[in-house]
Write a protein that binds this ligand. Sequence first.
Ligand SMILES: [Zn+2]
Length: 350
Amino acid sequence: MSLNNPSSFGKHFGFFRFGTLIAFIFAAWLLFSSYDEAGNGTTFIQGRPVPNTKITNAICLSKTSLKLEWLPKNNIDGYILVIKDKDGETLKRKKIDGANVTSCVVDHMMYRKVYRFNIACYRKRITDIKKGEFASEDYRTKLKVTDRYEHGYKYFYDWDGNRLTDTLEFVNDKSDFEIRTNIKACVTTVYAKDGDRGYTIPVKVWLSSPSGSNTVSGVWQLGAKYRYRPLFYGTNSQWAVRIHDEILFHTTPYNNYGDNNSLDPAEYNKLGTAASHGCIRMQCEAVKWIFDNCDNKTTVVIYEDDNPGALGKPELEEIEDWHTWDPTDPTATDLCKERGCHQIPVISVK
Ligand SMILES: [Zn+2]
């Protein structure tokens, strides 16, 4: 998508393609309302918004920071960067003095959160506040990465040298995977195919809860998928995919069928330890990803090893006992937003 193409901007954001939005977009919003701002003896008078200064580039420096660049404007005194969330709520405003300044670094952003940016121009005692617009492509397609082969795997690193653990965007073939669940380390890693090298590109890693003894090693192919699925002892799963026989990938247990706000937090907090009756429990995000992206017949390898897998073992962020929904559940983001418990960014601008 061109950065400066309004029709492409509208096409992408006008219809709120949430699937894409979730995929780590940093986006901007062309405001059709203007605002007043006063401070330091400078008065801004509301005027007709004119699309003017354009953000020309967003260079991802790491998972949580990016550099914005924009076109300079003449006859102004500086710029105002406005950072909004995807619903248009303002998270931060930053005044940037000087017409010659054409970039800034935004950091401490929340990974995977959607942002909108806009650069307004200001002039002392002016009558117009001029608005800019920007729409970035998917964050990951703009992230500068380097890849390296190590220990037989292909890894990706960001600008800061951090090894990335969610790397599907950099893989050519996004349709052919192997899922490997290590029931000793309680970790599931997804590997994509690297041509003749086989399934050697780790693209996803999730905490898992198998059973202490009822989950057995072996190689299977994925079977039936369920949007909701009753489990043992009157509990329920959102999303489930059969591995073999009565063994499924499913979410941590919910008390009520079809109710995303009836999760048992204590069971959720056991993720990464053996806790199930035989199935492989994972977060909603993980099971839903398999549900959405893996064909029936995708190979599932269940094995035991001290080494968790190519991407190590993630840490669990435990939830409180009032948090009766899975913080990774894309259908429950409003609950987190109401409480302010997850996905609240703290942003700074340099
Ligand atoms: Zn939350």
